[in-house]
Design a protein around this ligand. Sequence first.
Ligand code: GN1
Ligand code: MG
Length: 338
Amino acid sequence: MKNIVSQFGFGEAVTNIVVFGSGLINSTWLVETGNKNYILQRINSDVFKLPQDIADNIKQAGGYLQKHFPEYPFVTPIKTIEGNEMFESDEGFFRMFPFIEGSHSVNVVEKSEQAYEASKQFAKFTKYLSGFDATKLKITLPDFHNLTLRYQQFENALHDGNRIRINESAELINFIRGNKNIVDEFEKCKTKLTLRCTHHDTKISNVLFDDNNKGLCVIDLDTLMPGYFISDVGDMMRTYLCPVSEEEADESKIVVRREFYSAIADGYLSEMGDELSELEKRHFHFAGTFMIYMQAVRFITDHLNNDLYYGAKYEGQNFVRAKNQIVLLQKYMQINPD
Ligand code: GN1
Ligand code: MG
């Protein structure tokens, strides 16, 4: 680790390196030095085939924001001693960010104010980039939120996947097939939604807060791509409404906190209210349905494919995650959005 850190020019000053956050795909560390802290990340290049494209997107979006919204605290990556955005070693692609002074992040949404602030930040990010041509961004993960393709991959797994797991998952599989109208609705609406610069990973830990718990900015731009607002709003519904995470096996704990739904909506619309079309506004609630369903599809597909993508720390972990998301979706479908 010391060697990697030294590639960014301050190896000597490092006092401690600790694992940070809980992402499933990339690995993150907090790098402490005497007077300043940094975030070091290894990009999973099995998933992100062209890590250079991420660096390119950060450069493009960061350049635009710094020019047009200089007050926005955009987190610029630290260059390597050779002047590159990333350091490539045998162990992968590494990049480093400064820790914004006086900022902190949150791992679990405990108060609706946090949901409001985070939602406002993701909306602000998309709004500030609305003058930037989204199609100039590189597609770092092709078809990432293409539900039609995700559904197809699920059907493929039913055909080629682990037979024992397929038999054991009958109930979940039937639920997913029985709600395929969500895929149809996505197909129907997607061409009418505006293509925007969207974050695609709006979990709460990707927002920085200040000492007064007000949102400062968003971080982790790996999946910044041209996309639809339903991805960002939907993933907030998926990850902020419920007090427990997708890892929770006790279904009685999976509930939807209605006031957090309002907080997401109010926060998002406080920035994007004038940008969204009427059709987009009518799909605000669908955003949650779409993302929760897609995550259930992705988890069960991975379970049937022997955990190839997400991995599993215990037997059946992706089944538990899929079941969790389906229970959440059922609860979500019961709420009154108005
Ligand atoms: C992955 O790596 P992480 O935890 O931020 C995944 C998301 C899923 C999430 C589910 C690149 O995100 O799409 O919603 O797991 N990211 C990728 O926990 O596949
Ligand atoms: Mg991410």
